[in-house]
Design a protein around this ligand. Structure first.
Ligand code: KIV
Length: 273
């Protein structure tokens, strides 16, 4: 018999079953502490490769190694109990062949304990999505603005701004849904296009800058907390955590400079002991 937590995590099929129902709530998470804070309020947490930019100061996501995703994935799984944890496959670890994608995705699932992976691409990734799902790996797809293709797209630009670009993006959505993806991220997409896609496919669409026409939304947690400073126009900041951190650090520095730093009493007791 195995020792299991009493809290059951949401699964990929449970996310799929939410199509057209109550909106799906999700955020990115990169570490145990913020995962624990967000866990009661979200349906899934994405360990996005955006961590390369947000946590590690990279210019884009192309340089993120698989090992870094695994390390952050483990932390987020440890910090959470209820949310489905989805880990992004970084650039260069899944595109070459379905078998390469399986080898690396299986490693991510085994070493992190996550419940699903995400990869970028539409029609061109359909064969791989089918291959992975047939072999036990739930896949979240990601189309529209796919940051790993920033050099091909010519920048971080909204997709489907003119109607003549819609057919290809709709075909991408249909291809990944048919291949077995359990949900699909639509990033930076015009509202009418997101609405058409959401109506045409049977899996939930999760928008990031793709409007309320989607079945749910994901935001980068640090962006919506007001921690990153510069955020895309569509992001609503629900807090000003960066300003609060700065004020706390300034107050701390002032106390230390006046020698106000107490010793532990008898033991290293915590405040609520
Ligand atoms: O890497 C990431 O954080 C993402 C989300 C923005 C969807 O892919």
């Amino acid at each position: 018999m195995s020792v299991q937590s009493s809290v059951r995590r949401l699964t990929a099929p449970q996310i799929t079953a939410r199509k057209g129902g109550e909106p799906i709530v999700s955020l990115t998470a990169y570490h145990a502490h913020t995962a624990a804070i967000a866990d009661p309020f979200v349906d899934f947490l994405l360990v996005g490769d955006s961590l390369g930019m947000v946590m590690h100061g990279m210019e884009n996501t192309l340089g993120v190694p698989l090992e870094l995703m695994i390390m952050h994935g483990r932390a987020v799984v440890r910090g959470s109990q209820r949310a489905l944890i989805v880990v992004d496959m970084p650039f260069g670890t899944y595109e070459e062949s379905p078998s390469e994608a399986f080898k690396n995705s299986a490693r991510v699932m085994k070493e992190t304990g996550c419940g699903a992976i995400k990869l970028e691409g539409g029609t061109r990734m359909a064969e791989t999505i089918d291959y992975l799902t047939q072999r036990g790996i739930p896949v979240m797809a990601h189309i529209g603005l796919t940051p790993q293709s920033v050099n091909v797209l010519g920048g971080f630009k909204t997709q489907g701004r003119t109607k003549d670009a819609w057919a290809a993006i709709e075909a991408d959505a249909k291809a990944v849904a048919k291949a077995g993806a359990f949900a699909i991220v639509l990033e930076a997409m015009a509202e009418p296009l997101a609405q058409r896609i959401t109506k045409q496919i049977s899996i939930p669409t999760i928008g990031i800058g793709a409007s309320a026409a989607c079945d749910g939304q994901i935001l980068v947690m640090e962006d919506m907390l007001g921690l990153t400073g510069q955020v895309p126009k569509f992001v609503k900041e629900f807090g000003q955590v960066g300003t609060e951190i700065q004020a706390a650090i300034k107050a701390y520095a002032q106390e230390v400079s006046t020698r106000k730093f107490p010793a532990a009493e008898h033991t290293y007791a915590m405040k609520d002991d």
